[in-house]
Design a protein around this ligand. Structure first.
Ligand SMILES: Cc1ncc(C[n+]2csc(CCOP(=O)(O)OP(=O)(O)O)c2C)c(N)n1
Ligand SMILES: [Mg+2]
Length: 891
């Protein structure tokens, strides 16, 4: 039992006496019959109290103490002294790496204080817990706090995995010897980092869904069950991001005991304290406990244990609970004398408690996260815990060991230390380098057969290898041939269907594929019915780790809501962010689990890039692969829903992600070609890319695939329908359902105005622009060689006249080609806020209907002197295009 909880201090009233008797009885029960009986008794009392109308408050906080009492700790299994030396060297090199770089290249940046608070939390993991493998199976997955990267590099340097040259080029990535990236970026250091974490909040969210995805793979027997863990190191300031805490209940709901969060509670963020006027640890404890997590607090180091033991009054705990975090920070910043006066000095009993200690000893009283013994015990409990995820709330000091930079508000931005501080650091951590070298911030590497290096390497050997590493296994994938998509290529035989319906049938087909069907991971955020995916739910079931514990009300129906333990669909509920995290786990399973899975994340296109764009960016950084499918796309095609739903810009946003290949197909055969080729590229050719495809809910007959258009579909454009009569004098580009408007415009122009036009399907302006830019770059760099032609110019070679490019997206989408099409190009698009109305009115409003396309053609022909200007003006009136209203882009 913990002595500080003894009660009462003074018995002054009858009530005190009564309470003391109750407590004594309770203590006896726990001593005689164990803690479980104690809990039973308390629960019974609470129930009785409620029945009696007593308002029993819910307490989610435990005392401001370590969750694991000293009496229950196991001894530390490692060589404490040697581990401290190793940790000190890592601390030094991490600091020196940032310091010297900023001296040499002012402003290059880097962080020294995040790692300084995290060092023990990481080192105990590296020496005793983080497994790089479990036999032949991949090991633990670690999400490092991004700003602690110098410490991770410094360890890899001592392990001999990074050269001095590389370390000296920290944040100099573009030099002769490639250096180290600022933060964890698999894109930049693909054999080292696995998880981009430096955009705060994304790491914890991705880790949570990673843990769930690991269980999904196990339950679906795609990987073996192992004791593998996911560790996520999170900043306490980072918990303010909604992504960090927003999905915690998934962890308890799914019993993710493979997941451990470690929150580095150094009580500070960038500008100042995380909760100056409160207590972040208490706030987080309540949050996590409320969400059903196992919470382990690591508050105080071993040097506090004798003080707690000596304090029979409970005052020490009371004093700790009184202090807000701002005070705890100030105590560390101001030193021992201040701590004696302001902390212990509040109660004479406490002053007495520490009278045998010097000011320096008071200052050094350790916070739990800096004490390997306490951290080890917390980690051990965490890995042994079953039935729910664990969070370790570890109290630390920001800038630990940095002397005058310790626990200051400005600590986070500290990049350099003064000469004197460097010397002090050297002395404090016993770094065996001369004073002058210390002042230069020289790196220190012990000799090859030193005890330190031998020890740390041996520990890693025992734990299955180095971490972090990102090694790729050779994996085989059988892409279905295009012939296997025959149903999608054949057209709908006159039946009006939408591209969404076509896609759903294609997905159903793929799920049946004997070789790769089981690897497909359909992900939906509560929009399955919107997209007509009920049949897929019936076909492969929704993943539910508990199976289906109830009889669904619709079980008699063919397409009932089927949940299964080995169900294939991830139906995430209304969370695009969570779905994107699942997409990320699946899209990187080839690197984390040595198994390819092919995610198709189908969502409301409006709630994709603009809502969760940063997660998409991190997905690309993580070298994720898969298909993002933005359904109910198009500002005028999604009818009725209005401003918040009608997406006219996701293609603009998609164009900003370098590995994203975005397509806006009009017909189902185009989708088939894109998906087939996409799988081949991603999984057979191992290209680190992913796809964004927009789908619409407008029904129209899907034509059969014309001959020879595959390359055009993939590269972005092909001629869909030539002018029926005579050589075209104007070219009409259309994308998505607006291609049909272009075809209608072609007919209007031919029939009413005898103007011949060709119609082109543009599947991807983004791809065409990328090709043109890279061709142009080559031309610029090779002025003495004959210039190459961008694909777009080759594709339309010989096609004459102006080009009217109409899209259900913003005009900037086709405008991407204006450097090559110049004054020939007239873009029609859906700039402005959406409206609730039907397609006819929407397209007229945004000027992307057939009439607007036809009149735009006549108008530009008139400007070029190829059509009578007065007739063109009359056509606008005749075809009902408003000429004097306001620009819809501004409405
Ligand atoms: C989304 C996002 N917003 C802002 C930042 C800038 N930033 C970098 S570190 C930091 C403070 C981090 O504080 P905390 O999470 O407590 O980590 P500590 O360094 O204290 O361990 C901020 C605001 C960021 N990296 N990501
Ligand atoms: Mg912090």
């Amino acid at each position: 039992m913990n002595p500080v909880l003894e009660f009462p201090v003074k018995l002054e009233t009858d009530f005190d006496q009564e309470m003391a008797e109750w407590l004594e009885a309770f203590d006896e029960l726990v001593d005689d019959q164990g803690p479980n009986k104690g809990a039973d008794l308390l629960n019974a009392l609470v129930r009785r109290a409620r029945d009696a109308g007593v308002d029993v408050p819910v307490h989610l906080n435990t005392p401001y103490l370590n969750t694991i009492p000293a009496s229950e700790e196991v001894p530390y299994p490692g060589d404490r002294k040697l581990e401290r030396r190793i940790k000190s060297l890592i601390r030094w090199n991490a600091m020196a790496m940032v310091h010297r770089q900023n001296k040499k290249d002012p402003g290059i940046g880097g962080h020294i204080s995040t790692y300084s608070s995290l060092a023990t939390l990481l080192e105990v993991g590296f020496n005793h817990f983080f497994r790089a493998s479990y036999g032949d199976e991949p090991g633990d997955l670690i999400y490092f706090q991004g700003h602690a990267s110098p410490g991770v590099y410094a360890r890899a340097f001592l392990e001999g995995r990074l050269s001095e040259e590389q370390v000296k080029n920290f944040r100099h990535e573009l030099r002769g010897t490639p250096g180290l990236s600022s933060y964890p970026h698999p894109w930049l250091m693909s054999d080292f980092w696995r998880f981009p974490t430096v955009s705060m909040g994304l790491g914890p969210l991705n880790a949570l869904y990673q843990a769930r995805f690991m269980q999904y793979l196990e339950n679906r027997e795609l990987i073996k069950k192992t004791p593998r863990k996911i560790w996520a190191f999170v900043g306490d300031g980072e918990t303010d991001e909604p992504e960090t805490l927003g999905s915690l209940s998934l962890g308890s709901r799914e019993k993710l005991d493979n997941l451990i969060f470690v929150v580095n509670c150094n009580l500070q963020r960038l500008d100042g304290p995380v909760r100056g006027n409160g207590k972040i640890v208490n706030e987080l404890e309540a949050y996590f406990r409320g969400a059903g997590w196992n919470v382990i607090k690591v508050m105080w180091g071993c040097d506090w244990d004798p003080l707690f033991a000596a304090d029979k009054t409970g005052l020490l705990l009371k004093r700790m609970e009184e202090c807000v975090d701002g005070e705890l920070q100030t105590f560390k910043a101001k030193g021992g004398a201040y701590i004696r006066k302001e902390f212990f000095g509040k109660y004479p009993e406490l002053l007495k408690l520490v009278e045998h200690m010097s000011d320096d000893e008071l200052h050094r009283l350790t916070r739990g996260g800096h004490d390997p013994q306490k951290v080890y015990n917390a980690y051990l409990r965490a890995v042994q815990h079953t039935g729910s995820p664990t969070v370790i709330l570890a109290q630390t000091v920001k800038g630990y060991g940095l002397g005058s930079a310790e626990a200051r508000n400005a600590t986070h931005s500290e990049k350099k230390l003064a000469d004197q501080a460097l010397s002090a650091f050297r002395t404090r951590f016993d770094i065996p380098i001369p004073e002058s070298a210390a002042r230069d911030g020289s790196l220190y590497l012990p000799v090859e057969d030193s005890e330190e290096l031998k020890y740390m390497r041996e520990r890693r050997r025992q734990l299955g290898g180095f971490i972090p590493t990102r090694e790729l296994a050779k994996l085989h994938f059988d892409t279905p041939s295009i012939a296997e998509f025959s149903e999608s290529l054949a057209g709908s035989k006159g039946r009006a269907v939408s591209t969404t319906m076509g896609y759903v049938s294609m997905l159903r087909q793929l799920l049946k594929d004997p070789k790769i069907g089981k690897l497909i991971v359909p992900i939906i955020p509560d929009e399955g019915r919107t997209f007509g995916m009920e049949s897929i739910i019936r076909q492969v079931g929704i993943y539910a780790s508990k199976g289906q514990l109830y009889k669904p009300h619709d079980q008699d129906m063919l397409l009932y809501y089927r949940e299964e333990k080995n169900g294939q669909i991830l139906e995430e509920g209304i969370t695009e962010a969570g779905s994107m995290a699942s997409f990320t786990a699946s899209g990187t399973s080839y690197s984390n689990y040595n198994v390819i899975t092919v995610p198709f994340f189908t969502y409301y296109s409006m709630f994709g890039f603009q809502r969760i764009g940063d997660l998409v960016w991190a997905f690309a950084d993580a070298r994720g692969k898969g298909f993002l499918v933005g359904a109910t796309a198009g500002r005028t095609t999604l009818l009725g829903e209005g401003l918040q739903h009608q997406d006219g810009h996701s293609h603009v946003l998609a164009s900003t992600v370098p590995t994203c290949h975005a397509y806006d197909p009009a017909y189902v055969y185009e989708i088939a070609v894109i998906v087939q080729d996409g799988m081949r590229r991603m999984y057979e050719l191992n290209q680190d890319r992913f796809y964004y495809i927009t789908l619409y809910n407008e029904d129209y007959p899907m034509p059969e695939m014309p001959k020879g258009v595959e390359e055009g579909i993939l590269r972005g454009i092909y001629k869909y329908r030539e002018s029926a009569k005579g050589k075209a004098v104007v070219q009409l580009f259309g994308s998505g359902p607006i291609l049909n408007e272009a075809i209608k415009a072609q007919e209007i122009l031919a029939e009413k105005y005898s103007v011949a036009a060709d119609v082109w399907s543009v599947t991807s302006y983004n791809e065409l622009r990328r090709d043109a830019l890279s061709t142009e770059r080559w031309n610029r760099l090779h002025p003495a060689e004959s210039p190459k032609k961008p694909y777009i110019l080759n594709a339309i070679d010989g096609a004459e006249g102006p080009i009217i490019a109409a899209t259900d997206y913003m005009k900037i989408v086709p405008d991407q080609l204006s450097p090559w099409l110049r004054e020939r190009l007239v873009s029609l698009g859906t700039d402005g806020f959406g409206r609730s109305d039907n397609r006819q009115y929407l397209r007229r409003h945004f000027e992307v209907n057939a009439e607007s396309i036809a009149t735009a053609a006549l108008s530009i022909l008139a400007r070029h002197g190829k059509f009578d200007a007065k007739r063109a003006q009359q056509a606008l009136q005749d075809l009902g295009v408003a000429t004097e209203g306001q620009d819809p882009a501004l409405l």
